[in-house]
Design a binder for this molecule. Structure first.
Ligand code: 4AD
Length: 578
């Protein structure tokens, strides 16, 4: 009779072997590992730990352990079944893979010659044989049928593959994001079924143009909805292949076209201004400086000064140009490089300027909504979008200060050097800013401005900012007799709910002496600005203009959380990759 030992303290079930040197830990395992025919012929010796003697287990312990051993046996059987099933699947897949190598797909020459087309152009080709190239956006296998959603940048197309077209090596190993060429007959989908465009391609011939990896390197392993924001930023080139990101960019393109059309209707001419400049527009603190053949130069902050020089030659003008701001702002509305839509108009009043901005924005939105394709994009991205009603609310800077105080929206207090004053919060123990009421002369901070805009809930023209808060070139507001308070400017910001400021504009100083005094006041050397000053020398005129942040406008229109989603490859402090 053989003996199996169990030491409940230092024994090990697996890989123990039940000898006195390597005892098992549990009696159940000891029964489980004894063949059933041997159980009766085996003696079991059990002890609590090394300090106790080995002895026979009690009857009740034996009964319980035998039951537990049955459970272990069931578990083992299940594991074996699973393993065998997996082996079968693997073998089947391997067989399928080997078989697939023998299947060669050839195009049937008796079929009609296919028409090569982009997805967006397919509707008129229904019933015909077509050839479409694109990327595998989605893939689904259903018994012997393979469904592919193809993406070519102009749209999505559902393709159905059956028979040998699903059995080739390329079909068996096809991964998402591979590029393929599909050929087949385009058929309207039956009533009650849905597919992009209302049709599907019944494929009779296809080939892979560029494969994509599976397993670890598979597209969905590199990127998915749970990916960390920094990974999403590093993989922006892959993110762009997604439906949301590409819809935003598609809307962006439509938006720029619609703006251009609106400007054409208002007789503004498009010009292309330089990015490399030697003058500042919006203050030295946000300039990206560079060495330009040994001379100091900057990346442009705004094309405004150049647009102003175009007025006497081309009339009212606009440009769509990148602007650069070296702001250390990590907010959801700041970029280091952004697309700046700027316009300049001659012989206008401040009132004309605000009416023009309102007209351009509303007419552009109307154009987008009148186009079914862009209207659908807006509906997808921002289902609750309603076009703003006109006229836009106009609120003077002084009234905004009063409004903020009435609504108890405060600002952090600052010391004489502009540092925020803090106080320890009793409850949290953290240093928190001391909050105070706004006063006329304060710069309205982003947070307060947003709160106000969100409460009011409609576009607001905030106008008449104090001269000392604004850039050197702004025209002063005429002062009424006996008027107190800071000198204000004919300047306006357009604030939109959810985003805040999307447009900044003003009337410009038209008088040369006044401009020279403004350079002086701001400590700007007038020499590099000779060409800008000359505008006041040779036939000056009342004029004004504005800049609109395209990404901010798009964030408002498409209800995006941040402007970073509204740029192809956004740049912010520390980020210029990819
Ligand atoms: O208010 P800003 O600084 O005005 C100008 O640059 C004027 N020279 C424009 C002009 O009158 N031609 O900028 C205008 C707009 C802002 O309202 C905002 O929408 C956008 O440009 N903007 C930014 N967008 C993203 N990131 C930034 N860092 C931005 N700074 C300004």
């Amino acid at each position: 009779m053989s003996t199996i030992y169990i030491d409940q303290a230092s024994g090990i079930d697996a890989p123990g072997n039940g000898s006195s040197d390597q005892p098992y830990q549990s009696l159940a395992y000891a029964f489980f590992s004894t063949p059933s025919t041997e159980v009766e012929k085996t003696q079991y010796q059990i002890r609590k730990d090394a300090t106790a003697e080995y002895g026979e287990p009690t009857q009740s312990a034996t009964k319980k352990a035998k039951k537990d051993a049955q459970g272990l046996d069931k578990k083992r059987q299940k594991a074996e079944e699973k393993e065998s099933k997996e082996r079968d699947i693997k073998e089947k897949a391997e067989r399928r893979l080997q078989e697939s190598k023998k299947i060669v797909l050839t195009e049937d020459p008796s079929l009609p010659q296919p028409v090569k087309a982009k997805i967006v152009k397919l509707e008129s080709l229904r019933g015909q044989r077509v050839r479409v190239s694109g990327w595998v956006h989605r893939r689904r296998d259903q018994q012997e049928i393979m469904f592919i959603v193809l993406r070519d940048g102009t749209g999505y197309l559902q393709a159905v593959l059956t028979g040998n077209t699903t059995k080739t090596y390329d079909a068996v190993t096809l991964q998402l994001e591979a590029s393929v060429e599909l050929t087949g007959t385009l058929k309207a989908v039956p009533e009650g079924q849905r597919a992009p465009g209302g049709h599907e391609l019944v494929v009779d011939y296809w080939r892979v143009l560029g494969s994509a990896p599976g397993a670890e390197e598979a597209f969905t392993n590199r990127l998915n909805e749970q990916s960390d924001p920094s990974i999403l930023a590093d993989l922006r080139h892959l993110v762009l292949r997604g439906e949301m990101a590409s819809s935003v960019l598609r809307l962006r393109a439509a938006l720029l076209s619609a703006f251009r059309a609106s400007y054409a209707e208002h007789d503004l001419l498009e010009v292309t201004t330089p990015c490399l400049v030697q003058t500042q527009v919006e203050g030295g603190a946000t300039l990206f400086k560079l060495d330009y053949y040994g001379q100091p130069a900057f990346l442009t902050q705004s094309s405004q000064l150049y647009l102003e020089t175009c007025l006497p030659s081309l009339g009212d003008v606009f440009c769509v140009q990148e602007s650069f701001r070296a702001e250390n702002s990590h907010t959801r509305r700041h970029l280091s490089e952004y697309t700046h839509l700027e316009a300049e108009l001659a012989f206008i009043t401040f009132d004309d300027l605000m009416s023009h901005i309102e007209a351009i924005i509303c007419e552009t939105v109307d154009k987008l909504l009148a186009n079914p394709v862009t209207a659908a994009l807006i509906k997808t991205l921002n289902p609750n979008f309603t076009p703003p009603s006109r006229p836009f609310m106009r609120m003077s800077y002084a009234s905004a200060i009063a409004w903020l105080n009435e609504h108890k929206i405060q600002r952090p207090a600052e010391d004489a050097d502009g540092n925020v004053i803090t106080k320890k919060d009793e409850a949290t123990g953290k240093d928190e800013p001391v909050m105070v009421d706004h006063e006329v002369g304060d710069d309205i901070a982003e947070a307060a401005e947003r709160q106000m805009t969100d409460i009011i809930g409609t576009p607001i023209f905030l106008y008449g900012f104090p001269a000392e808060l604004k850039a050197f070139y702004m025209q002063k507001m005429p002062r009424k007799e006996g008027e107190q308070g800071p000198v204000c400017t004919e300047s306006c910001d357009l604030l939109m709910p959810g985003v805040g400021e999307i447009v900044g504009g003003s009337m410009r100083i038209a008088d040369m002496e006044e401009l020279l005094a403004a350079y002086k006041r701001e400590g700007i050397d007038s020499a590099p600005y000779y060409w800008f000053t000359d505008q006041r020398k040779y036939g000056t005129c009342q004029h004004g203009g504005y800049g609109l942040g395209v990404e901010r406008f798009l964030a408002w229109l498409a209800n995006r959380y941040t402007v970073r989603e509204c740029s192809l490859y956004p740049r912010w402090p520390g980020r210029a990759t990819p």
